[in-house]
Write a protein that binds this ligand. Structure first.
Ligand code: FEO
Ligand code: CA
Ligand code: CA
Length: 559
């Protein structure tokens, strides 16, 4: 059934007051829900239990450790450098995670996808760029190759036994996707002469498709191969990257900045050109009744935009139209070369519009937003929540969460209303919202992304918030709508990639860039996860425990 507010209300009448409904099919980046055949409801008894749940938040902490609220535990599933097979190891700076169980229905055995966003050369390739004025002239191809191996993504079979998730080393489905893996373009026209390009990198957040494949999003792609920029006369020039990979590999910047789909079963991948090219944070999908797809995706950069793709054919991420949000007038504006003269005057065809989506969006009058990051669809109301992390250039230091209400609750509507759901500030207890995830009961979980260079600085705006954290915003009971800190990250780290297991009992979570501010490897700013070598390591953890089980369990009733 297509999910809309109208249908939600009529269903409430059917199910009785006090029921919470998860739509028949709602899946997205970091979201809990995987395809189901019926509706999930909470009984009145369960609702009363949830309302009474004791929930004691943590105070902000600058301790170098992963701290958890009472009722929660964690164990590490996999960390940077761990062997996943005889030939491959787990990459660096893990972000988005997505767990897909096998078809046999066992919720505790399946494939975990993990994004590897970028590398810290000090740890990965033993290259200390701070030592040099022109660092990249000193770096070797061997060092760049190591870095290219450590980004992209990992597919790892994991299994839970006696409350602990473990990787199955050497499972035939374990594999790495790296900055050197050939990847097809899902487009009829070659881009910079290619229909297959080399590699993926900058893989930040992502999503899942209704046909159970992973989506991994290329965010700050210009860090590795730079960017093509155009002056006022439309003359192109190359802006060099910050990481200097183009010294050895001259791959066109236009081959990056896309949403990439990966098939878990064989590791084949494709880049979806129709979804536009920019710093994609995530890609959150909704399947309509007729199986057309709506995809929401944000461009995480100051003053960039929020986009929505609506497919014209069932389950297509190629045929359809990309729109960009005018949040002031509540309009989705079509990036349509054929029918928008302002685009026809500037670009030679629709492919160029998609490659230069940022410029096209501005020509149409899209609203400049404060770093749109993760996007989730509320399973109870169908509203769309978008993290706006911050925009220091506009004196927005703490960010906010934007709420989009599509007209009549129809996901393919071309008009909507946008309001601020919650602002980051001291009173609300959080700053710089990033990843979002709704659990099976409709509580909203959120991670923060205060940058390592600003965190815990006595003269800065972020001192009261201390280390980055994981928060929950309960839907029921005395704490409804409050922002409660339930985990505190190790020093310099950011929690990323929250994803619930199918039964809601485990929250998979990435710990990204612990010790990122380290200048001297023998004296790192973090030692988490406290290995013997004392080197900080990004890792994926499983958060479990009584609190999570009580907050996030539904009575499943077929209706
Ligand atoms: Fe990679 Fe926008 O966070
Ligand atoms: Ca992010
Ligand atoms: Ca971020």
């Amino acid at each position: 059934m297509e999910y809309s507010r109208r249908k939600f209300i009529s269903f409430i009448g059917k199910a009785g007051l006090g029921s919470v409904i998860t739509p028949q099919f709602l899946i997205s980046c970091g979201n809990t829900t995987t395809p189901t055949t019926g509706f999930n409801t909470i009984s009145t008894e369960r609702l009363n239990e949830l309302k009474k749940l004791p929930l004691e938040g943590l105070f902000p902490s600058d301790k170098d450790d992963l701290l958890l609220a009472n009722g929660l535990d964690y164990h590490t599933i996999i960390k940077w450098g761990d062997r996943i097979s005889d030939k491959d190891t787990f990459g660096f700076n893990n972000d988005f995670t997505c767990f897909i169980p096998f078809d046999d229905g066992n919720p505790n055995d399946g494939l975990l996808w993990v994004n590897h966003e970028y590398v810290n050369p000090l740890f990965v390739s033993d290259f200390d760029y701070r030592k040099y004025e022109n660092p990249f002239q000193y770096r070797t191809i061997e060092q760049v190759n190591k870095e290219m191996y450590n980004v992209g993504g990992s597919i790892v079979r994991i299994k839970e036994e006696k409350g602990r998730w473990k990787i199955i080393e050497n499972d035939p489905l374990n594999r790495r996707i790296t900055a050197k893996t050939p990847i097809q373009l899902n487009w009829d026209i070659p881009i910079k002469g290619k229909t297959t390009v080399i590699g993926t990198h900058s893989n930040c957040s992502g999503g899942i498709t209704p046909w159970k494949t992973f989506l991994t999003c290329e965010e700050n792609y210009d860090s590795f191969f730079g960017e093509t920029e155009y002056d006022k006369d439309n003359v192109a020039s190359h802006r060099p990257s910050s990481q200097g990979w183009e010294k050895f590999y001259k791959y066109p910047p236009e081959h990056y900045g896309w949403v990439v789909e990966v098939n878990p079963k064989d590791g084949t991948a494709q880049k979806h050109i129709a979804l536009g090219r920019f710093a994609h944070e995530c890609c959150t999908l909704y399947e309509l009744d007729d199986k057309r797809i709506v995809a929401y995706t944000g461009d995480d950069k100051n003053n960039e935009h929020l986009y929505k793709f609506i497919s014209s054919k069932p389950q297509s991420l190629k045929e359809g139209m990309l729109y960009v949000a005018d949040t002031i007038n509540g309009k989705w504006l079509a990036l349509d070369w054929e029918n928008q003269s302002v685009l026809k005057n500037k670009f030679k065809d629709q492919t160029e519009v998609l490659i230069r989506a940022r410029e096209a969006a501005k020509l149409l009058g899209a609203t400049a937003l404060n770093r749109p990051e993760d996007i989730e669809i509320d399973p109870v109301t169908g509203n769309i929540f978008v993290s706006l992390t911050n925009n220091k250039s506009k004196n927005d230091f703490h960010g906010s969460i934007l709420k989009i209400v599509e007209t009549n609750g129809e996901f393919d509507a071309l008009t909507f209303k946008a309001t601020t759901y919650k602002a980051g500030n001291e009173e609300n207890g959080f700053s710089c919202p990033d990843n979002l995830a709704f659990d099976l009961s409709g509580n909203l979980w959120m991670t923060s992304d205060i940058s390592g260079s600003a965190m815990n600085k006595p003269d800065g705006s972020y001192m009261p918030f201390k280390n980055n954290s994981l928060f929950v915003i309960p839907r029921y009971g005395k704490d409804t709508g409050k922002v409660i800190r339930v985990a505190s990250a190790p020093r310099d780290a950011e929690f990323t990639g929250p994803w619930f297991s199918p039964n809601g009992k485990t929250l998979f979570l990435s710990v990204q860039h612990p010790g990122e501010q380290t200048r001297d490897k023998s004296n790192p700013t973090s030692k988490w996860p406290f290995d013997e070598d004392g080197i900080p390591k990004p890792a994926v953890v499983a958060i479990t425990g009584d609190l999570i089980e009580k907050m996030n369990t539904l009575n499943q009733i077929e209706v």
